[in-house]
Design a protein around this ligand. Sequence first.
Ligand SMILES: [Zn+2]
Length: 79
Amino acid sequence: MSRYAMCPDCGHRMRRVLDLWGNWDGESYECDYCPSEYDDEEEDDESLDVYDAALIWASNGKDEDYSFGYSEDELEDAL
Ligand SMILES: [Zn+2]
């Protein structure tokens, strides 16, 4: 058994999750580099898929302020 757990998603070493008393249960790790599943759910409304983004972008006169991080080509293709 290896001494450290590596994150399966990003490959960074994960840190041990300690309980309130500073004890480690021997198996719980947390990755500091990946958002937790709970964070993912909270951030859902920030991550717009390209099709939704394209509709909003188009309805705003294809203003680059509404590109949501997508390129103009990506948005055109999604329309
Ligand atoms: Zn990770």
